[in-house]
Design a protein around this ligand. Sequence first.
Ligand code: NCD
Length: 313
Amino acid sequence: MKGERVTSGFAGGRLLSIADLSDQDIASLLARAAEYRARLAARAPIEPRLQGRTQINLFFEDSTRTNMSFALAGQRLGAHVLNVPVAASSVHKGESLLDTAKTLAAMDADAMILRTREEGLQERLAEELDCAVINGGAGAAEHPTQALLDAATLKAAIGDLEGATIAICGDVRHSRVARSNAALLPRLGAALRFVGPAELLPEPGAYPHIERFDAPADGFAGADAVMALRLQKERMESALSMDAAAFHEAYGLTHETLAHAKPGAFAMHPGPMNRGIEIAGALADDPDRSLVLRQVAYGVPTRMACLDLLLSD
Ligand code: NCD
């Protein structure tokens, strides 16, 4: 990418939203992610396809798994990876996010992974940066690599997603993970459902292709997997009408509520989890039913696939 003018879409060096991906891009990414997953699991050697490349992780919002997973992904492919310590950076001396990003990109960066609180900012930054740009989480807007790793995990667990039913339960309204999954999973042939109280679901009419349910017993019926989402209080404009205990009682994902789904259905969660609120600890820890750590494991090969297909010659 270096030296070329970034245009738009995945072919133009950007992965800011699922809409940047063609169907062929999605198929190639999921296939490459599965290959890398198998090689990592077998501790098999991996060709350093990004040797000499520089990847900068610039996360303006807190992150554990996404940041580390992008770092490992780049390292596994041989790239130089820099994690910017934002809390100790010049942003706090009044430098704008744009200047910070441009300064770092000027260090011959080939790719920058951005996490921002503001929606729409990454599109503006990408216009100004001469390197590939990947969204590592943008406000409540999108988190495309999380949706890709969710799809990769689901395919490994249940097979082809054509005809599968996936329910997302909890704070869908404030979730970039739900938005990216709503854009991706239906393109893979899955039916998606949103489950939660009206105050935590998107505005009515916002997702006409997605069925909405208030009651988990209805929304989970026949589902192959249910993804629980935490209450994202940092993005709520007004207080929720129920407390955490009432939310757990009504919408918490437990062995009991998952029993409404298909026999053997899986529980998912993008993390960070609040045990005993949106998901019961016993279910999250059940290796037969929980995909939570498999999602984390798939994060690295999925991001390897993204970096590889964006950057390698
Ligand atoms: C999520 C995020 O940051 O969007 N976590 C993640 O990236 N795995 C979900 C969340 O914050 O609840």
